[in-house]
Design a protein around this ligand. Structure first.
Ligand code: NDP
Length: 330
């Protein structure tokens, strides 16, 4: 087996030296257990938080722990009657080539030509469910309203915008760079996309949202949040999903115009997708239909091999990914 361990707690930006790659034996499985060969590892922004010490919604990783993460794989040995060799499974084995499970939390997945295994880590997986839960249950978009989403070309943002479009909203993305913005409009079908790196965020966002903003799906925080707060309509809703611009910051960005929430009687709700599993069947049904019919577009950036996982993770936090960031393990 090969594993990526947490070697140091980064202060500020993550470096490849904060990880340690080790080779270990694959232990023999006991009665009731299955051995899974992981095919893909998901790299997600929340993993940066696990590298820190301190209060969060989930426990920190300890030094020398295997980095956590969602995986899809194939059962290669089974002493558990619920799983057969060759079953495709979604698990949470982390940054390693093989994982052992007693079956709890391990989910069989149906891999087809239209639904490749990797989509269970992206559009049909945790990021897709996050988009659905935040937008539909908290954002409650109505036809004709303006929905803005940041990190718009990413795993979560790309699904948010397409779900909002399907509900008849005017959809505006915010993304870094011309290429990402072009993709968001031309491929994903958003009405408009603001390139926050172009140097005139406030002007461009104002031009793209002539009727103000009714729903802001927040993925990044910082200056983008400030620009959006100035464009909110009365009774706007903000599903607060992530703050990726702040995860490596040593000085937190102080938001100057929080009063906009009061003036506009805004509903802002932070959420963690895992606490909304009651909504997963409904979300999964819609997302599954959209993915298998080809209506929901998505992109993947796939790093080759576990040795490349640290570099790919840092790249994703810097915006080098196009859509869902994965690592191909086998
Ligand atoms: P993405 O695929 O969107 O990748 C991260 C993206 O963040 C980068 O591609 C980059 O896009 C953008 N980014 C990085 N730094 C900045 C910055 N300083 N300012 C603006 N954008 C930046 O990741 P995900 O879709 O997986 O995650 C998106 C957000 O959703 C994250 O904040 C994540 O923590 C959150 N999340 C929350 C969950 C929950 O349960 N609450 C569950 C899953 C995700 P660009 O090039 O456009 O800058």
């Amino acid at each position: 087996n090969k594993q990526v361990l947490l070697a140091n707690r980064p202060h500020g930006w993550v470096h490849e030296s904060d990880f340690n790659i080790v080779e270990t034996d694959v232990p023999a499985i006991k009665d009731g257990e299955v051995l899974v060969k992981n095919l893909y590892l998901s790299l997600d922004p929340y993993m940066r938080g696990r590298m820190n010490e301190g209060k969060s919604y989930a426990a920190s990783a300890q030094i020398n722990d295997v980095m956590v993460g969602g995986t899809v794989g194939v059962v290669v040995e089974s002493k558990n009657p619920a799983f057969q060799v060759d079953d495709n499974v979604l698990g949470y084995f982390g940054w390693q080539l093989y994982g052992i499970s007693d079956g709890k939390g391990l989910q069989k997945i149906n891999v087809t030509d239209q639904i490749p295994a990797s989509t269970y880590l992206g559009a049909l997986g945790m990021p897709g469910l996050t988009a659905w839960v935040g937008l539909i249950s908290i954002g409650q978009p109505k036809a004709g309203e303006t929905v803005v989403v940041s990190a718009a070309s990413g795993a979560v943002g790309s699904v948010v915008g397409q779900l909002a479009k399907a509900r008849g909203c005017r959809v505006v993305g915010i993304a870094g760079g011309k290429a990402k913005c072009e993709y968001v409009v031309k491929e994903l079908g958003f009405d408009s996309c603001v390139d926050y790196k172009a140097g005139h965020l406030v002007e461009d966002l104002t031009a793209a949202t002539p009727d103000g903003i009714d729903v802001y799906f927040e993925n990044v925080g910082g200056e983008i949040l400030e620009a959006v707060l100035d464009r909110l309509n009365a009774h706007a809703r903000i599903p607060l999903c992530g703050f990726v611009s702040q995860y490596n910051a040593t000085q937190p960005h102080a938001v100057r115009n929080f009063g906009a929430l009061l003036i506009n009687r805004v509903k802002l709700q932070g959420f963690i997708v895992g606490e909304h599993s009651d909504l997963f069947p409904q979300a999964f049904q819609e997302l599954g239909q959209l993915v298998s019919s080809g209506k929901l577009k998505y992109r993947e950036t796939i790093a080759e091999g576990i040795d490349d996982a640290p570099r790919a993770f840092i790249g994703m936090l810097k915006g080098e990914n196009q859509g869902k960031q994965l690592v191909k393990l086998a």
